[in-house]
Design a protein around this ligand. Structure first.
Ligand code: ATP
Length: 676
């Protein structure tokens, strides 16, 4: 029951998003397009604020991260190197009735009665047997009901458990018998030949693909027959005669389409990249892809950024931008879209062997919590934990409390083969599932992965361009190590490289040679940086912020009339409009003039909404729905009716309705302290 309530909540949120101009369905006037969403005036501001906050936090406020803005379409070689061309696929299953696809791992378990058919016969009317040589009998025609009877009788007699069990010979014998019973005239040979032709044709009329259907609760078996007839008709069987109907119960089966009830096809991989062609010729040579993630451009431009930014490892490159995935089942509003935005950081670090060579050992990481300010002796574990904690801080700083967040630490089975760890930060959405105890873990907002040196290594191999860096400190330190330590570090680095090369299918002799060269390189101060990747989705975060902000109160007045009031309690940092500015009365030019002065004072610094229409209460309510944290009212006291209040305004707080008085001269700093 709780689930139904949550769906109602999602419906209300979707409806508010449309009503107030946060999110619209893309191409709505043409019936929409599944998996694509547009952001309206308030949504566009919200999104801009979120991206700007991320950018400021991740780049401008740090010494060790720089930005990048790359193209959406890049050389297809990038996607070959990254593995996306070969492996970026979801296992998906198709509904044979609707052709809709669902992700194999996302089919809801269902319990009920299954009706199964082995196939169908084509019993089109006017079936004709013809004989055109002397060996063949003259043409005979079967009346439709005659033929139907024969076929059904035959099927009933056979009761095959699989159509393949009916042998051609057996069918041939039946054919002869059938012709005789029909009073077919001819000698033995003519009958045998006619029967053979009949069998050939009849066998050709079997459509032997099984079809199964999960009966909806309380529906008669006719519903299954109707679906099966549609299934076989779609496959060219005219007037299908259903064969071998069987019913049985299933518990928690994930084999049936949740909407149509039809049994799903086997799971097949389905590449999620959108394909296009560059230039006027649509040939395989011109294939290109819309990027399915922003990260790869960062790896591909790693060298250029390193050479031009005066950064040294450890450092990061950040990018915000569009990504495209032809998701099999876009769902949960914007949560799984086909076009979305990502905010990704690739933070490049030294391999642990280099840290050990320089600092003697790699810093140990506290079991939980923030490991503090970055230290030179941090290995991948400390950096990974650092970025998980930094990202959580970011979310808390924009109003997502720790109670609304969750974590999923990927198990070794879930991890990509090259990854050392991956922690997903989850948000508890209204549609997030409950476990048996009623606890909600949440759904992924962001993944923070320790990706080893896989990405740069792949691009180095595929492009033939060096992706390694030279580290003077490492070279100096290596020279001072004792022989045993050198040998130990050399061996560990060598083994890691060899494992990677072997996994990638590099010829064993070449892999052995390259791994040795790489380990020799480490001893000379060279390595391919490892990477920690915090990768967040803008749209999922917007959805989290909207569902987190949503609140409604139903008030009933003295006359029993009830009204529901919606307040979007956005953190002031992300709120689309920071402040509403309102003259108490619209028809008092002095009030309007002063209010416009206040608006113009604030406008260069933040998004201000000027509103002079309707009662002040209505105007507040409108801003509450938009999530505006503060409203300023310019009244007669502002103009000096009470001299001590001259040039002050009323500030009204969205969340508790409290009001206070503030001098216009202090306004800007007061607001900036809260909205930045
Ligand atoms: P999921 O398992 O939910 O498909 P993912 O693990 O494939 O996500 P990543 O490839 O790690 O996602 O992408 C990083 C982030 O990009 C995700 O945490 C998510 O916020 C966002 N993202 C990925 N796919 C989508 C999508 N189809 N729609 C909206 N955001 C997405």
């Amino acid at each position: 029951m709780a689930e139904a309530k949550e769906n109602v909540l999602m419906e209300k949120i979707v409806s508010l998003c449309k009503r107030r101009g946060f999110i619209f369905q893309s191409s709505e006037i043409y019936g929409g397009i599944n998996g694509f969403w547009d952001y309206g005036p308030l949504g566009a501001e919200l999104k801009r604020n979120v991206k700007e906050l991320w950018w400021n936090t991740m780049t401008r406020q740090r010494e060790d991260v720089v930005g990048l803005e790359a193209t959406i379409i890049m050389s297809p070689a990038i996607w070959k190197a990254s593995g996306h061309v070969d492996t970026f696929a979801d296992l998906m299953r198709e509904c044979p009735l609707t052709r809709k696809r669902v992700r194999a791992d996302q089919v809801e378990p269902q319990t009920g009665t299954i009706v199964k058919y082995l196939g169908a016969l084509n019993r089109s009317s006017g079936y004709v047997l013809r004989g055109d040589s002397e060996e063949y009998p003259p043409t005979i025609s079967l009346r439709p009901e005659q033929e139907r009877t024969i076929l059904e009788e035959f099927v009933a007699e056979e009761r095959p458990s699989s159509l393949n069990e009916i042998s051609h010979l057996k069918l041939g014998l039946c054919g002869e018998e059938i012709l005789m019973r029909l009073g077919f005239q001819g000698n033995q040979k003519q009958i045998a030949n006619a029967a053979r032709e009949w069998v050939d044709r009849t066998v050709g009329m079997w459509y032997s693909e099984p079809f199964a259907f999960l009966l909806p609760q309380g529906k008669p078996v006719e519903a299954a027959r109707k679906a099966a007839i549609q299934f076989y008709t779609d496959r060219g069987v005219l007037e299908p005669c259903l064969i071998g109907e069987k019913t049985f119960r299933v518990e928690n089966s994930t084999d049936f389409h949740p909407e149509s009830g039809a049994e799903l096809s086997e799971a097949r991989p389905f590449n999620l990249m959108f394909k296009t062609y560059v230039g006027p010729v649509e040939s395989e040579d011109n294939v290109a892809y819309l990027r399915p993630e922003t990260a790869q451009a960062i790896f591909a431009q790693f060298r250029n950024v390193l050479d031009t930014s005066r950064q040294k490892v450890p450092f990061g490159i950040a990018q915000v931008g569009k990504a495209f995935r032809n998701e099999v089942t876009p769902r949960n509003f914007t949560f799984r879209s086909r076009e979305f935005e990502q905010m990704e950081l690739e933070f490049f670090i030294k391999p642990d062997e280099a840290i050990e060579a320089i600092h003697g050992s790699v810093a140990t990481v506290p079991a939980t919590g923030h490991p503090g300010e970055p230290q030179p002796n941090w290995g991948w574990q400390a950096w990974h934990q650092y970025w998980v904690e930094e990202r959580v801080r970011f979310y808390e700083g924009i109003g997502l409390s720790s109670q609304t967040l969750g974590f999923h630490i990927q198990t070794p089975e879930e991890l990509a083969h090259y990854a050392r760890a991956c922690t997903d930060i989850l948000f508890k959405f209204p549609f997030s599932k409950k476990d048996e105890q009623g606890n909600v873990a949440g759904d992924e907002l962001e993944g923070i992965a320790a990706r080893s040196d896989f990405d740069l290594s792949q691009h180095a191999r595929f492009s033939g361009k060096p992706m390694g860096v030279f580290d003077e400190e490492l070279r100096g330190a290596w020279g001072k190590l004792d022989e045993a330590k050198k040998k130990d570090l050399w061996q560990r680095y060598h083994d890691g490289r060899l494992k990677y090369l072997t996994k990638m299918g590099v010829d064993p002799a070449k892999a052995a040679k390259d791994a040795k060269e790489d380990a020799d390189g480490l001893a000379k101060g060279q390595y391919i940086p490892h990477v920690i990747e915090p990768s967040a989705g803008v749209d999922r975060l917007i959805l989290a912020l909207i569902t987190n902000a949503y609140s409604e109160v139903t008030k009933t007045d003295d006359k029993g009339k009830s009204e529901t009031i919606y307040v979007m309690k956005f953190h002031p940092r992300v709120a689309p409009i920071k402040v509403g500015v309102m003259p108490l009365l619209k028809n008092k030019p002095e009030l309007v003039k002063k209010a416009l002065e206040v608006r113009d004072l604030l406008r260069p610094w933040m998004n201000v909404f000027y509103d002079d229409g309707g009662s002040i209460g209505k105007r507040y309510a409108r801003q509450d729905e938009a999530g505006t944290p503060f409203c300023l009212t310019i009244d007669f006291d502002t103009l000096g009716e009470k001299p001590e209040l001259l040039d002050t305004v009323t500030i009204r707080h969205r969340d508790d309705g409290k009001q206070e008085r503030l001098a216009i001269g202090e306004l800007l700093n007061w607001l900036l302290a809260r909205v930045r």
